[in-house]
Structure formats: structure tokens, C-alpha cells
Design a protein around this ligand. Structure first.
Ligand SMILES: [Zn+2]
Length: 383
């Protein structure tokens, strides 16, 4: 590992070389003072462009002369100057998705090396086997508050996704939850091909995108101290699968906002107000959902999430879906398009997935699925 520092005259110099265990150590060890001198002219350019006083630790691949270490240093410098890779408290530093790990020659932490609680056994996302989901009559419809209010939301490229800040302006209750939850933010996961991109899947079927509306337990209304000590449901995420279909006018102000936030830490405000309900499938379709206890799908993967995965997908036009991959970048140099920002699926282990059923519904799901063929049969008899 090289430790770099930026000098008073904005030149980079190698402060020290630390031996990291592993196959690269020997070759690193062979680099002497001569090699350090050779590196300096190039690092000068990087430092001057960075314009920030900071010390960088850049983990290099086996040979510093073989590949893209300069690029990695450059990106690291630019990102840190913009504040995007400075670790927040409790957050893993420099975690990334698989596609970024490949592109950076595994200099960032790919999903299987994420830390925090990420390697534990109650993780998300999962594949939901619908036939094994257990019916739970307590899973009643949700009540949505503030979801109908239009706002010109702030939208940000946070280096991993596009995030809309919801600032407690909406809340949910019901849906088998023990209390009210306040809406904090929503974000999406996607790919540039339409048969992957979602984090959860239904019977192995992946969707083009997945939208997560993240809520936190409203401490003001729970009142029950015992509940507060149980962190398993501290966060409630509503997950909506997205498939390609007709154009979704409700989503267009969000899609339009993407143009203004290509780079990490870019933020903008929607030019047209929209409500959260406008982003969702029709409310009567939201009675059908799956429920399980899991984790955040980004480090530190805290196992504090009560998940709701709705059966009815949101429809967006293919062009609206692809806009996310085309307009956003993971990095400041626009080298890597932001796409495939989903975590690999995790084992269910001992957990049970529950499913809701609409109260008073005359049609169970299998019968509902049969209905079109029954109608066809009837139409045939009538003719
Ligand atoms: Zn998410």
C-alpha cells in the first residue's frame, strides 16, 4: 500500500510504502528510492488538479507499473475532494458494487468483502418463492400519509444510486407494522438490461429496477419502550419492482432530474412537483405484498429492516428505465456509467416469508391467475 501526501506546493509525494500481506508484497518490496522518484512527476499533475490538502491511501495492484493505479489515484483524489468517499461514521469506507470492483481491478470493496453486518445470516435482498410464502391475515393494507402531497423534491447522485430526500414529509402505518414510520428517502437499483437490475426477485424472476422507500420508526408515537429495544424493525423499506411497459408520466420529473446530477454528490431540485403516490402502482393493487425481516442492502447491512416487497410492479417505459444507466456515473471522470447497482441475493436461512391477502377479496391469487382463461372459455361458449 502506498501512502501519498499532498505537499504545500500541491505536488504529490510518496510518504511511505507499507507492506500489505498477499501476493503483491514481494514486488512492492522491490521498489526502492529510485522507483519513488520515477513516480513523482506524474503524481504532481494529479495533485495540482486535485487542489485539496489531504493524505491518500491508495491500495495498488501487484505491479504499480502495469495498469491503472494512476487512474485509481486520480479518481480517489477527485472523489475525496468532492467528499464522496470520505467515510461517514459507521459506514464502510470505499465499498462498491461488483461492476465497480471489476472496473477498478478490485481496489474497492466488492459485495463479498463488505463489512459491518454484511456477512451475517439475516441479510437482504432475497429471492421470494411465492408458493412457500405463508399467508398472514395480520398483513392488512397500508395507510399512507403525505404520500398524496406534491413536492419539488431534492434529488442527488450519492455515488451508489439516485436518492430523493423525503424529509419526514410522509409516513406509513398499518401493513402489519407495529407503529408509524416516517419517510426518509427513496432510491432505486437498476441495470441497463431489462431482465436484471432489481435486488429482490419473485420465483427467480428479476425485474429491470427496484425502488426502495426507506422509513424509520417514529419514536414519537411508538411509546412502548420494549419495542424500542428491539431493533429488528427499526427501518421499514417498501420495495417496488419495476418492469418495462408504457410510459409513466408520474416518474418523468424524476427522470428529467437525472440530467442535472451525472456525477457523485451532484444534487438538483425537480422542476415539477410530484407526489409519492404518483410513483406507485394504483393503491388498490398495493394490498398484495410479501413481508420478511432482513437487512439494509448496502454496508453496513444492519439487520434492522422489516421488508415489504409489493407484488404489483411499477411500469416505466424502456427509455425511462435506460435513462438511469445513461445519465448517471459512479465516478467524477465519467468512466463508469452507474448501472448494475444491486447487491447479490442472500440466503434466506431459517427465515419465513409471509404474504398478505386482501380482506374480503373473492379471488385468491391462483384463481385470479386463472380468470383470463375462464373468461376466454365463457366467450367461446357465448359465440
Ligand atoms: Zn435500496
Amino acid at each position: 500500500m502506498f501512502v501519498w501526501e499532498l505537499t504545500e506546493n500541491k505536488a504529490w509525494r510518496v510518504r511511505s510504502i507499507r507492506m500489505a500481506p498477499g501476493p503483491g508484497s514481494q514486488r512492492l518490496g522491490a521498489l526502492g528510492a529510485e522507483s519513488k522518484r520515477k513516480l513523482q512527476p506524474e503524481t504532481h499533475v494529479l495533485g495540482a488538479a486535485c487542489g485539496a490538502r489531504c493524505v491518500h491511501k491508495v491500495r495498488t495492484v501487484a505491479s504499480q507499473h502495469s495498469g491503472s493505479w494512476q487512474d485509481q489515484l486520480w479518481e480517489s483524489c477527485q472523489a475525496e475532494a468532492a467528499g464522496s468517499i470520505v467515510p461517514r461514521r459507521g459506514e464502510s469506507s470505499h465499498w462498491c458494487y461488483e461492476i465497480q470492483a471489476k472496473a477498478s481491478n478490485y481496489t474497492c470493496l466488492e459485495p463479498k468483502r463488505w463489512d459491518g453486518e454484511c456477512q451475517k445470516n439475516r441479510q437482504s435482498p432475497i429471492n421470494i418463492v411465492t408458493s412457500l410464502a405463508q399467508l398472514d391475515h395480520k398483513l392488512k393494507p397500508f395507510s399512507f400519509s403525505g404520500y398524496d402531497k406534491k413536492h419539488m423534491w431534492t434529488v442527488k447522485n450519492n455515488g451508489h444510486s439516485v436518492m430523493v430526500s423525503l424529509e419526514n414529509k410522509a409516513s406509513i402505518a398499518g401493513g402489519g407494522l407495529t407503529t408509524h414510520y416516517l419517510a426518509k428517502q427513496l432510491h432505486l437499483h437498476w441495470s441497463e438490461v431489462l431482465n436484471k437490475g432489481s435486488e429482490h426477485s419473485l420465483d427467480g424472476k428479476r425485474f429491470a429496477m427496484e425502488m426502495h422507500i426507506v422509513h424509520e420508526k417514529d419514536k414519537g408515537t411508538s411509546g412502548n419502550k420494549k419495542e424500542d429495544q428491539n431493533p429488528q424493525d427499526e427501518i421499514a423499506v417498501l420495495a417496488f419492482l419495476v418492469e418495462a411497459g408504457s410510459k409513466n408520466d408520474g416518474f418523468q420529473p424524476l427522470v428529467d432530474a437525472l440530467t442535472g446530477i451525472p456525477l457523485p454528490n451532484n444534487a438538483t431540485t425537480m422542476t415539477e412537483g410530484i407526489s409519492l403516490l404518483e410513483l406507485l402502482p394504483k393503491q388498490e393493487k398495493l394490498r398484495h405484498y410479501f413481508r420478511y425481516l432482513g437487512s439494509l442492502t448496502t454496508p453496513t447491512c444492519d439487520e434492522t429492516v422489516v421488508w415489504t416487497v409489493f407484488k404489483e410492479p411499477i411500469q416505466l417505459h424502456e427509455d425511462q428505465i435506460l435513462a438511469f444507466s445513461q445519465k448517471l456515473y459512479y465516478d467524477h471522470l465519467k468512466k463508469l456509467k452507474m448501472t448494475d447497482n444491486f447487491r447479490p441475493q442472500q440466503s434466506l436461512n431459517q427465515r419465513v416469508v409471509l404474504k398478505s391477502q386482501a380482506p374480503g377479496s373473492l379471488l385468491s391469487w391462483p384463481l385470479a391467475a386463472l380468470l383470463p382463461s375462464i373468461l376466454t372459455l365463457m366467450a367461446g361458449l357465448l359465440c
